[in-house]
Design a binder for this molecule. Structure first.
Ligand code: 4AD
Ligand code: MG
Length: 461
C-alpha cells in the first residue's frame, strides 16, 4: 500500500499513476452515478479524497458504507487544481475490509474532550488525537536523540523498588499477598517475610536514586520510563502513571544542570516545529491560538532565573491575587508558579535555592544552612515542568539530613556508598514527559496527552 504521507510528500512521483491505499472512511457522499469518500490512513495528518463511479460492480455497497469503515482503494491519482484539496484518487476498485456499524461513536462533528475520554480506544482516530499522539511520539524520539548526541547513556532503572525517592509516601504497594488474608507478625504488623520479595515494595516514584549510581560510573546518563504516584490530587496536571526523563551528570553543578535543561527544551521545541508542521499548525489554529508565537519566542530568548527568596518577594506583592497567600517557607502552588512565568517573566523561568524543609532529602545544602541547591523550571500555561537539584555529595551531611528526617539509613546503603567511594559533585533533574507534551501542543488536560490515562478514580481500559 502507498501511504497518504508518501502521496503528499512526493506527489510528482504518483500523479497520473495507479496507486493503492488503505484506510478508514471519514465521510461518504454519493449521488446516483458517483460519490466521494474522504479517507484517512493514519500515516499523515491530511486526508485523501476518493472519487468512485457506478461503473464499479460494488457501487451500491460502497455508497452504503458507514463512517469508520476500513477499505482498500485502487485508482489513479489526478491533480485537482481547482479544488480545495490538491489531488484525488479516481478509483477503479474499492474493496471493503470491514464496514463500520451505524452507531460508530465518532461522527463528523466536533466532540467534547470529556466525551472523547470515555472512548479512549477510539479517540486516536480523531484529528486532535492524531496530532497529539504523533507529536508525543516525536517528542520522545527527540529527547532520546538529544541525550544520545551528547553521549549520555540510557539506563533502565527498575519499576519495582523498595525505596521512596521523593520521601512523600505517595506510593502504590506491590504485593502478591491475598488482601483478604494478610499474614501478621506477633506484634500485629504486616508480615512481609511471606511475600514475594520478603519485604515491602512499591512502584517507583522516580528512577533518580538508581540513576545516580550509574552516573557515578558513566558520568552522564539518563532514564526515560514510567513512574507512579498515588497523589490524591485531581488536577489537570497530575496523573497516577506518567513518564519521566531523568538525566544525571557527575562533575556537574546546578548551573550545568539548568543549562542542560534549557538546551533540551529548546532542542525538542525545534524538533517538533521542523518535523510536525501540519500538527503544530493544527494546534495553533484549534487548540491554543498563541502556541507558535510562544514557542518561537522561547527559542529566541534565554530562560529567566530567580531564587526562591526573590520569587517570594515578588509574589508577596501580589498576594491579593492568590487563594493561597505566600510567605517565606511555603511551597509554591500552581497559581504562584503560573503568575511568575506568565505575568512576570513571560517565558520559562528557573526558580532556585528552595528552603530545605520543602524539598527532598538528597538535595545539596547551601552555605546558608537553610536552603538547598534545587531548581524547578516553570513554563507558561502549566507551571512546574522540571524539578531537579545538585545532590548532597558529602557522606556526613547526607547522613545528618537523613537522621533529621528519620530515614532508615540501612535502606539507603547503596546510595550512601556513592558518597564513600569516589564521590563527585553531581546534578540531575526530572522532566515530566506529559507536561512537556502539554507545553508543546497547548493541550489543557494531562488526560488528553496520555493514550490510556490513570488518574484518581479512573483506570479504564
Ligand atoms: O519534581 P519531581 O517530584 O522530581 C523528582 O521526582 C526528582 N527525583 C527528579 C530528579 O531530580 N531526577 O518530579 C519531576 C517532574 C515534575 O517537575 C513534573 O513535571 C512531573 O515530574 N510530575 C508529574 N507529572 C504528572 N503527574 C504527576 N503526578 C507528576 N508528579 C511529578
Ligand atoms: Mg517537583
Amino acid at each position: 500500500l502507498t501511504t497518504v504521507k508518501e502521496i503528499y510528500k512526493s506527489t510528482e512521483q504518483y500523479l497520473d499513476k495507479e496507486v493503492t491505499v488503505g484506510g478508514w472512511v471519514r465521510s461518504v457522499r454519493d449521488s446516483k452515478t458517483f460519490g466521494f469518500i474522504v479517507l484517512h490512513d493514519g500515516s499523515f495528518f491530511e486526508t485523501l479524497q476518493v472519487v468512485y463511479h457506478d461503473t464499479m460492480s460494488n457501487f451500491q455497497e460502497i455508497s452504503k458504507l458507514n463512517v469508520g469503515a476500513a477499505i482498500v482503494v485502487k485508482g489513479t491519482l489526478v491533480a485537482t487544481p481547482q479544488a480545495k484539496q490538491p489531488f484525488e484518487i479516481q478509483a477503479t476498485e474499492i474493496s471493503v475490509e470491514g464496514d463500520s456499524a451505524a452507531d460508530y461513536p465518532l461522527q463528523k462533528k466536533r466532540h467534547s474532550m470529556e466525551y472523547l475520554r470515555t472512548i479512549s480506544h477510539l479517540r486516536p482516530r480523531t484529528n486532535t488525537f492524531q496530532a497529539v499522539f504523533r507529536v508525543r511520539s516525536l517528542i520522545a524520539f527527540a529527547i532520546h536523540q538529544f541525550f544520545q548526541e551528547r553521549g549520555f547513556v540510557y539506563v533502565h532503572t527498575p519499576l519495582i523498588t523498595g525505596s521512596d525517592c521523593e520521601g512523600a509516601g505517595e506510593m502504590f504497594q506491590v504485593t502478591t499477598m491475598d488482601l483478604n488474608d494478610i499474614p501478621k507478625t506477633e506484634d500485629g504488623k504486616v508480615d512481609f517475610s511471606q511475600d514475594f520479595f520478603r519485604k515491602p515494595t512499591n512502584l517507583t516514584v522516580s528512577g533518580q536514586l538508581n540513576g545516580e549510581t550509574y552516573a557515578q560510573a558513566f558520568r552522564n546518563i539518563y532514564t526515560f520510563g514510567p513512574t507512579f504516584r498515588a497523589e490524591n490530587s485531581n488536577t489537570t496536571r497530575h496523573a497516577a502513571e506518567f513518564w519521566m526523563i531523568e538525566p544525571e551528570m557527575a562533575f556537574a553543578d546546578l548551573d550545568d544542570n539548568m543549562a542542560l535543561a534549557e538546551d533540551m527544551l529548546k532542542y525538542v521545541i525545534r524538533y517538533v516545529l521542523e518535523n510536525a508542521p501540519e500538527e503544530m499548525n493544527f494546534f495553533n489554529s484549534f487548540i491554543d491560538k498563541g502556541l507558535l508565537d510562544r514557542l518561537n519566542h522561547v527559542l529566541n530568548s534565554e530562560f529567566g532565573h530567580v531564587t526562591y527568596t526573590e520569587a517570594i518577594e515578588i509574589l508577596e506583592k501580589a498576594n491579593d491575587k492568590f487563594d493561597y497567600k505566600v510567605y517565606w517557607g511555603c511551597d509554591l502552588q500552581t497559581e504562584h508558579e503560573r503568575y511568575l512565568t506568565e505575568q512576570v517573566y513571560k517565558r520559562p523561568v528557573f526558580v532556585t535555592d528552595y528552603p530545605k524543609e520543602i524539598k527532598a532529602f538528597y538535595m545539596k545544602l547551601n552555605e546558608d544552612g537553610k536552603t538547598v541547591a534545587a531548581m524547578d523550571c516553570l513554563v507558561p500555561g502549566i507551571g512546574e515542568i522540571i524539578g531537579g537539584s545538585q545532590r548532597e555529595d558529602s557522606y556526613e551531611k547526607l547522613c545528618a539530613r537523613m537522621d533529621e528526617l528519620g530515614l532508615n539509613k540501612e535502606d539507603y546503603d547503596f546510595y550512601l556508598d556513592l558518597r564513600k567511594y569516589g564521590s563527585t559533585r553531581h546534578s540531575g533533574y526530572g522532566l515530566g514527559f506529559e507536561r512537556c507534551v502539554m507545553y508543546l501542543t497547548g493541550m489543557q488536560n494531562i488526560r488528553d496527552v496520555i493514550p490510556f490515562p490513570r488518574t484518581v478514580n479512573n483506570c479504564e481500559l
